[in-house]
Design a protein around this ligand. Structure first.
Ligand SMILES: [Fe+2]
Ligand SMILES: [Fe+2]
Length: 141
């Protein structure tokens, strides 16, 4: 696997094996990976515009993540997923981290590479590990 930035994965390019068998959830995951890819582009440019763009991407991610987690939790609740509380807690921890990043961005103290690494690794883990575990509960009949 190639990586254009040292130590940063490019796994956030969508692959069919990431599918959880649910069109809405897959679409939302694709959007999240796209936001990670856009964030990576921001890392390559310096200056105030790229900081502003990075902040906009974080805001967009916060909005999309809220909607996405709500959809997942709705499905998992309806289908009686036994680990729902733990899964929802993972979602909650992500939202808290994202709010912290947004606050530090407003205060002008953002480590964009660190934030990007956290976000892209979080989404890969979320999609490939946590959500794939729930696949039987997400799949459309
Ligand atoms: Fe997800
Ligand atoms: Fe999830």
């Amino acid at each position: 696997m190639s990586s254009r930035l040292p130590g940063i994965t490019t796994q956030y390019e969508w692959r069919d094996c990431y599918s959880v068998g649910n069109a809405i959830i897959d679409q939302q995951h694709k959007k999240m990976l796209l936001l990670c890819a856009e964030s990576e582009k921001c890392l390559k440019s310096a200056g105030p515009e790229s900081c502003e763009k990075f902040h906009d991407l974080l805001n967009e991610m916060a909005v999309c993540a809220r909607e996405h987690f709500a959809k997942e939790e709705e499905l998992l609740l309806a289908r009686h997923y036994p680990m729902l509380a733990e899964h929802a807690e993972e979602h909650e921890r992500f939202q808290t981290a994202l709010v912290d990043f947004l606050v530090s961005a407003v205060q002008g103290e953002q480590d964009k590479t660190g934030v990007f690494r956290f976000l892209s690794e979080w989404w890969i883990h979320h999609i490939l590990v946590s959500d794939l575990d729930c696949k039987p509960y997400f799949e459309e009949s």
